[in-house]
Design a protein around this ligand. Structure first.
Ligand code: ATR
Length: 290
């Protein structure tokens, strides 16, 4: 029940009325008996929004497109991971300080590692924005051999140089050798549901293919990959993982990740794919939680 002691959390971004993050957090608060609420704050003036967080004592916020980098100078402190990634998807109000964190990389690694062991794999990352930076950081931690492709080559080249990854200026269906392909671009997102960021011939049987778009749940990118015999990981998996890590940061408690997955798939009118029990492991507590 909402009362005078209810703590407030929310998501800052554009287009967040369609976000599924409120499903993650509100259902987990309710299940765990935590007196808190998570709201969608549609934001067009980021400075004013951050002033509002401070002034109203909002306990924590998710940050999404297009603010993951722009928020950094408005915060008081950055967690070392967010500092290295140069993108923030989570704010925690630590009394007098707003501190920026990044849980996207944890969500991405968790989603991938439920299906495949990453160490030393040859991975293609599509995109060079904030989400690509978090994914690239996670893959670097696992010593993957990564290649970056981006629609705007100069941005792709600069991300590849920063992480000492290979840069691919043009991508054809003949390119061989990838074991994992990850889409971090918004190509294929509703309403552009027929877009696919790679030539479908690139997909080969046995590859693992992960998506970060979750509207629709099975994008054209995933449909092509599945038709060609790849193992697919929908965008809801990374969403669930990054959200569970945020919840941990804010409340100090571990939410039930499998219930979060079920909540998300059911909110999107899908059935959650079963993850083999041996592959279910909790998110590693990488962040300090003081
Ligand atoms: P985010 O924080 O979600 O990563 P972003 O920083 O705006 O968002 O980055 C979006 C990424 O998706 C960029 O790599 C962008 O490519 P450009 O650098 O060329 O803009 C990519 N992107 C967006 N729409 C795309 C599309 N229709 N096809 C291919 N790439 C696209």
């Amino acid at each position: 029940m909402i009362d005078g002691k209810t703590q407030i959390y929310g998501i800052l971004g554009e287009g967040v009325r369609e976000s599924l993050s409120p499903v993650i957090h509100n259902r987990s608060f309710a299940r765990m008996g935590i007196n808190a609420v998570y709201l969608a704050f549609e934001t067009h003036d980021l400075e004013q929004a951050v002033t509002g967080l401070r002034g109203l004592g909002v306990r924590g916020a998710s940050v999404t497109v297009p603010f993951k980098s722009r928020i950094i100078p408005l915060l008081d402190d950055l967690d070392p991971f967010a500092e290295r990634i140069k993108a923030v998807n989570t704010i925690r109000n630590e009394g007098k300080k707003l501190v920026g964190y990044n849980t996207d990389w944890l969500g991405a690694l968790h989603a991938l590692e439920q299906q495949v062991s990453l160490k030393g794999r040859k991975v293609l990352v599509l995109g060079a924005g904030g989400a690509a930076r978090a994914v690239a950081f996670g893959l670097k931690e696992r010593n993957c051999a990564v290649a970056i492709f981006n629609r705007s080559p100069e941005k792709g080249r600069s991300l590849a140089e920063e992480f000492r990854f290979e840069f691919i200026p043009t991508l054809t269906g003949n390119r061989k050798g990838f074991e994992v392909i990850i889409n971090t671009t918004s190509a294929g997102m509703h309403p552009n549901i027929t877009d696919c960021p790679v030539p479908p011939q690139l997909f080969r049987a046995g590859m693992t293919v992960m998506e970060i778009v979750y509207r629709p749940v099975k994008t054209m990118f995933l449909q092509h990959a599945e038709q060609r015999g790849c193992r697919i990981i929908p965008g809801l998996e990374m969403l669930a993982g990054q959200g569970a890590a945020q919840f941990q940061l804010w409340t100090g408690r571990n939410p039930d990740l499998n219930r979060i997955r079920e909540d998300l798939y059911s909110a999107a009118n899908h059935t959650a794919p079963t993850i083999q029990a041996s592959n279910q492991h909790s998110l590693r507590g990488e962040h300090r939680n003081d």
